[in-house]
Design a protein around this ligand. Structure first.
Ligand SMILES: [Zn+2]
Length: 482
């Protein structure tokens, strides 16, 4: 197999890793050289052999983003349905009464995954952690895409049940949950031996409130025996917070601390409603310290929650408390740069200050924070010896002009429009804005029918027997259908 050595010559800007200060720094007018073996050089003119040269005069080279939390399963077909609804009795959240009604069939899951992977890579993601129900193409599509993948088959012992529109109940079936858990273990054991070397498994009890304490402890012990990461949705809604208080009197971090499962190998999905959050009205202020001293990581996905009027308080406060935070995209639109922009805005609104978080710290969370959450020092940074996971940003794009600070332009204005090429392990997965390895357009063509099928099932499954027009009314009255 040939191993092409590629050089970006005299890149106008490079977001490079500075080992001496352990942070990203800007370099200007330097070479970056890489192959399948990794990054060979970042710095002034490279003298060694190269096979391919890319002119860097109008480029910024930056590390690929590490997305620590996304769901390929149903999300692309849930688009446009429930953005304006929520359950008032559950603090306005749409998750339990509405979103949970959408369930893609196996035919649609591969299309949904293809779209997620394509959208992620086009917004500069090179590593992703996908929490989903396994389907027959899950592993092969992740491998074909060329992205670095952490596949997390979710399992749980309880299903959410809504009685009317006011109460969340839990229907427990522990035997079935244990079966799903065994299947998940078998899947991750298979995933981590994939010949691409880019795929690993993650052990994922789906939600803190849908798994028994015993299952969470067993799953964490199995993950630690295998040296795998663990991810759990925790402190993601007020309904969950209130349920945990009702069961144990504890917040999510307090419960997980008592179970002995907090630690640097644990990634908590969302972690919004902690004891300092103004909605929870707790007496204590201990949760951020619990996460920080245990080294537990938080996967922060602001877009989905901000859409429902909720936000973490605040990303800057988590960082100042010493909590490791990575960024994820959770559900659609799977646009990492949109996620970053919203993370910055939400942080400043929740922190009530423009000084709550700066652009450089945010970029670090989306790269180094994610890499640390996954226990890796060879991704999320551009340095000799690291993996060749990187993004070429087109500084000549109108949305990037004029250039004073290209990361600010990218996050505050241009977003994915300026992402030209994306490389993983030295191979292009996006080239000239085009997705190299996936049939993205084919997957898009499947979505309309897949959404119609899912909506018919939602109408059948809704305990209140509501029609789609009641569950998901149009945002404007339909005046004429010609
Ligand atoms: Zn999630």
């Amino acid at each position: 197999m040939t191993n092409t050595v590629t050089a970006v010559r005299r890149a106008a800007w490079v977001v490079a890793w500075d080992e001496s200060t352990s942070q990203h720094v800007y370099m200007q007018d330097v070479d970056i050289v890489f192959s399948k073996d990794g990054i060979l050089h970042v710095g002034p003119a490279y003298e060694g052999h190269v096979d391919e040269v890319i002119a860097g005069a109008s480029l910024m080279v930056m590390p690929g983003f590490v997305n620590v939390h996304c769901h390929s399963g149903d999300e692309p077909i849930a688009k446009g349905l429930f953005e304006d609804v929520g359950t008032a009795a559950l603090w306005g959240n749409a998750l339990y009464e509405y979103s949970a009604l959408i369930d893609a069939d196996d035919d649609a899951k591969a299309a949904c995954q293809t779209i997620m992977l394509g959208d992620l890579m086009r917004s500069g993601v090179t590593t992703h952690l996908d929490i989903a129900s396994p389907h027959s193409k899950w592993l092969s599509l992740a491998a074909e895409s060329g992205l670095r993948a952490y596949l997390a088959p979710g399992f749980r012992e309880a299903q959410w049940r809504m009685a009317g529109s006011h109460r969340l109940d839990f229907e427990w079936n522990k035997a079935r949950g244990r079966e799903r858990y065994a299947e998940a273990l078998a899947f991750v054991d298979q995933a981590c031996t994939h010949p691409s070397g880019r795929i690993d498994g993650v052990i994922a009890p789906s939600q803190i409130e849908t798994c028994s304490e015993e299952l969470i402890q067993d799953a964490v012990a199995e993950a630690r025996r295998r040296g795998m990461r663990i991810t759990i949705h925790a402190a993601q809604t007020m309904a969950e917070h209130e349920e945990l208080l009702r069961r144990t009197g504890e917040t999510a971090p307090a419960l997980l601390e008592r179970l002995g499962v907090l630690g640097p190998d644990l990634i908590l999905g969302h972690c919004i409603f902690l004891d300092h959050h103004t909605w929870t009205r707790q007496r204590s202020r201990d949760d951020l310290a619990r996460l920080a001293r245990s080294g537990t990581s938080v996967a922060h996905c602001p877009v989905t929650f901000a859409r429902s009027g909720m936000t973490l308080e605040s990303l800057g406060a988590y960082c100042r408390a010493g909590v490791n935070v990575g960024i994820g995209t959770d559900s659609y639109p799977f646009n990492m740069l949109e996620e970053l922009r919203e993370a910055l805005i939400c942080s400043r609104i929740a922190g009530r200050s423009v000084f709550d978080l700066d652009t450089g710290s945010l970029v670090s969370a989306a790269t180094l924070g994610g890499a640390k959450a996954l226990g890796r020092s060879d991704i999320g940074r551009l340095a000799a010896g690291a993996k060749a996971d990187l993004t070429l940003v087109d500084l000549s794009h109108p949305a990037m002009q004029p250039v004073h600070d290209p990361l600010r332009n990218l996050i505050h204005c241009a977003a994915e429009r300026a992402i030209r090429d994306v490389y993983v392990d030295g191979d292009a997965v996006v080239k000239g804005h085009r997705i190299v390895n996936l049939d993205y357009d084919g997957a898009i063509r499947e979505l309309q029918d897949a959404q119609k099928r899912a909506c018919r099932r939602a109408e059948q499954d809704d305990p209140q027997g509501r029609s789609l027009s009641t569950l998901a009314p149009y945002s404007l009255p339909l005046a004429v259908r010609g």
